[in-house]
Design a binder for this molecule. Structure first.
Ligand code: SF4
Length: 332
């Protein structure tokens, strides 16, 4: 098995408010199975409220896992993320890092770029002397295409793309094997997005780091990720290698997301299947298949029974009662 991260039935619930029957639970991540291959650039997509950010945080142990199992396996190391604590948790903090969503908010305005990048080394006690720290900071800064002059300055002197490179350097400095990049390019201009994405891809190739790349933007994911998983209201509804998913999506929700991407092929334009309505509130989720309130193919069974993620054996997983039937219809 070449998975760095494996989760089964993973759930994250938050207690909210206090209703008539006591506190209610918001299921932000609901029985998710996920396998993230070592060295891959794994995309996780969904609308806001789909649970993708919470899933990423749970895999970093930044929010508590409330159900199921999750493991990080690398060589001899096998960490059970549901129980990890003490020195093993400390070690995991080195191995698993987050790149922040918004490079404008993430960097302390009162610290120099050098200090921002060096901070994790100092907090985790990874270097012993200032010289050692400086050498490591310089090495990582160069990888992220920052120069020595940049290190003496404060973040406000930099553009959004440069700030994102500073955030990436900070995430890389502890030598992680797993990085969760949450909407890391969403706040940037399109031309700069490409720059930052290229840098992340280069880091993946050069350092063999595994990325979980979280985005609401399928076109960004299409160009960067090896594998894509789609979430809807806390559920993982489809997961496949990127090419397979884009060539032949199986879940009606994925199909709807794709048709929202403007097509250059005039033959495609008429076929767009519009995604109707809003994503339901996570606190008041539909019964059965959570997508039934927006799905043009919903039948009675969909309202009554929640579809499980099927593993048909071709690496293309899907959670829909009707996917085989719909596939046959498209082929006909
Ligand atoms: Fe649509 Fe039913 Fe499939 Fe859900 S299970 S996506 S409602 S067809």
């Amino acid at each position: 098995d070449d998975s760095l991260i494996t989760a089964r039935d993973l759930s994250v619930g938050f207690k909210i408010g206090s209703g008539f029957f006591g506190k209610s639970i918001l299921k932000a991540v609901d029985h998710v199975d996920i396998d993230i291959a070592k060295g891959s650039f794994f995309g996780l997509v969904g609308e806001s409220g789909s649970g993708k950010t919470t899933l990423g945080r749970a895999l970093l142990k930044a929010v508590p896992i409330t159900g199921g199992t999750a493991h990080y396996r690398d060589g001899e190391v096998d960490y059970d993320l549901t129980t990890l604590s003490g020195p093993a948790l400390k070690d995991y903090r080195k191995r698993a890092q987050l790149i922040f969503q918004d490079p404008y908010a993430a960097l302390s305005p009162r610290m120099t770029v050098r200090d921002i990048i060096a901070e994790p080394l100092e907090v985790m006690g990874l270097t012993k002397t200032r010289e050692e720290t400086d050498a490591r900071v310089r090495e990582i800064a160069a990888k992220c295409r920052l120069n020595l002059e940049h290190l003496r300055r404060f973040p406000h002197a930099f553009s959004g793309g440069q700030r994102q490179r500073i955030s990436i350097a900070r995430a890389l400095v502890s030598g992680p094997q797993f990085i969760v990049a949450d909407e890391s390019v969403a706040a940037l201009d399109v031309s700069i997005q490409a720059d930052v994405l290229n840098l992340l891809k280069q880091i993946q190739r050069d350092l063999g780091i595994t990325f979980l790349f979280i985005s609401h933007d399928l076109s960004v994911v299409a160009h960067t990720c090896d594998h894509v998983a789609v979430m809807y209201l806390g559920r993982l509804v489809e997961s496949a290698p990127t090419r397979t998913l884009f060539a032949a999506p199986r879940h009606p929700y994925t199909k709807a997301l794709f048709s929202a991407i403007p097509s250059l092929d005039p033959d495609d334009r008429g076929r767009a299947q519009k995604l109707e309505g809003e994503i339901p509130s996570p606190t008041n989720q539909p019964s059965g298949c959570k997508f039934h309130t927006r799905c043009p193919f919903a039948i009675d069974r969909c309202r009554a029974e929640e579809p499980l993620l099927e593993h048909p054996g071709d690496g293309h997983e899907v959670a829909c009662h009707r996917w085989r039937e719909l596939l046959a219809e498209t082929a006909a």
